[in-house]
Design a protein around this ligand. Sequence first.
Ligand code: CP
Ligand code: NVA
Length: 308
Amino acid sequence: MHRKDIISMIDITAADVWKIFKLTDSIIQKRMSMEDYTPLKGKSVALIFQKPSTRTRVSFEVGIGQLGGQPIYLSPEEVGLGVRESIPDVARVLSRYTSAIVARTFSHKDMEILAKFATVPVISGLSDSFHPCQILADIYTIWKHKGSVVDVTLAYIGDGSNNVAHSLIVGCAIMGMNISIATPLDYSPNQSILEKARDIALKTGSRIEIFSQPSQAALGADVLYTDVWTSMGQEKEAEDRRKVFKNYQINNALIEIANKDCLIMHCLPAHRGEEITNDAIEGPNSIVFEQAENRLHVQKGILVFLMC
Ligand code: CP
Ligand code: NVA
């Protein structure tokens, strides 16, 4: 089998995404009809986490188990990535024991080193630059609701320079979905990632727009999406960020500007009263928990796509 990693959105094609979505649908179907489906039987998957996680860790552990495989979680303290042991050594040792590695790292460079030295597939469970599993599950969720991904406009409100924003920009470009980002100028997306996304968008017809005001992005949006103002690792900036982002919030006024029946999405964890109001996240258009559930389903599709 040709090894393939999923560590950023840039290395994924639309054809791969559709294959993962088809696998996801068929795995859901098999589970509903109680079919015995254990393609990972006899295989182990290492989960190396440098940062905390609820969704990513649990959905991978549960998903690997449901597919008949064995998940092995290594906490930040245990693995000491690059501290207790060099990343190339960790990658090569784990490749001798396991059939895939799921990793959550601070620096994306570390993720790339891990993938370079591992001889088994490496799946990103988030780095400072990308969160591909999140965005694949998000696009799958939107597809299920809208029946299509083209002619859908997603408005992302908040930190345009974080992992979720970057992955959404590239993911939407790949899939031909339109994306409008509302972010303060100093938190604009990384220029090189944006350029790559714009190149892809030229071929797929996706429209990418960057605005400074949430209302500009929300106008004509079919999906309103937000993420925390302060990502993991940026805790020291939290107070400043609360000031800078105070108007970058999904609330009822913003929902009024968006298209009727606009979906409300958030990767979670959410800070109610900051990037999203309680009313918005608990409102009738919110699909945040379905979005979270789909992490489990889509990641099983990813595991089968890469490992079987
Ligand atoms: N959305 C997400 O990745 O959540 P966790 O940080 O809890 O894994
Ligand atoms: N941008 C957030 C996403 C959490 C899933 C962070 O990196 O903390």
